[in-house]
Design a binder for this molecule. Sequence first.
Ligand SMILES: NC(=O)c1ccc[n+]([C@@H]2O[C@H](COP(=O)([O-])OP(=O)(O)OC[C@H]3O[C@@H](n4cnc5c(N)ncnc54)[C@H](OP(=O)(O)O)[C@@H]3O)[C@@H](O)[C@H]2O)c1
Length: 292
Amino acid sequence: MKIALLGSSGYLGQTYAQSRVPRGLSLIPIPRDQLDYSNPIILRNFIRREKVDGILNCAGFTGRPTVDACEDQQQLCFQLNVLLPELLAKVSSDEKTPLIQIGSGCIYQGNPSKTDPNQGFREEDQPNFSFDYPPCSYYSGTKAEMEKRIGHLPFVSIWRLRMPFSSQPDDRNLLQKLAKYPKVLEARNSLTDLNEMVSLTLRMLLAGVPSGIYNLTNPGVVSNSEIVEMLVAHGLRKLRPSFFSSTEEISMAMRAPRSSCVLDSSKIARLGFPMCDVREALARAVQAMARD
Ligand SMILES: NC(=O)c1ccc[n+]([C@@H]2O[C@H](COP(=O)([O-])OP(=O)(O)OC[C@H]3O[C@@H](n4cnc5c(N)ncnc54)[C@H](OP(=O)(O)O)[C@@H]3O)[C@@H](O)[C@H]2O)c1
């Protein structure tokens, strides 16, 4: 099975490109400077010539140094997070070649239950942190808009992750952020162990799981202060950060509102692809970081 990998130079794309791919599957990274995958004719010709069985789109715009950059670069953000996936979905439908689009859990705020704070949003729940349900960040708005436009199409899958972490250094890694930030927002979230998610999704691809939306988070909910304590305990952070104490203080420091949310990942577990408990995954990553 041959899968074209778009956005292979990015944080997620590189993790896929460098991963150990199971036998029977090959990922073909497509460098943007060698093949303009935003041009549907060029992409279509590539799919036909190389007999590609699927497209995994890790290209997108997340904003650097933080998601606030999306507020300033709205046009590029919309182009990469909404219009490019829409174009890819059209090519995928024409060629009957599945498209896997990377999505995000940041289209939700909070959790769906008034009584159980650990209950998560399921795949079919309507986003409540989106252009349709403001306020939201521009970034989250584009991710929800993308789902609205292509999430229902027969050849499209959306793999939603949330605040990815691993033991490898990268300014996108949640553990690295929480090891460095002088001031932290206290929040409870579902998280994604990036390496576990990558190897699990490659197995899902090979097994031919049906197209659809999938929440790819580790079961369990964890707070930023708990993660900080793990980092301190392993010597990865000497001083504890201060935490934002009021919404006024947060809005002075951050231009866009942030999503904190709980996702339900039981759908992948029911299909035979469970992810391990979030605290177990965090402990493994923090220990590996402390060792390296
Ligand atoms: N990082 C996170 O915390 C996170 C969390 C949830 C979801 N996601 C989603 O995961 C996907 C990948 O995110 P990421 O963190 O890997 O992003 P990233 O590191 O910024 O990489 C994005 C990639 O997009 C490609 N790209 C295509 N056109 C571009 C353009 N005009 N300008 C800049 N880059 C362009 C580039 O790859 P090539 O040059 O190889 O084409 C680039 O490396 C996105 O859909 C994002 O929304 C990320």
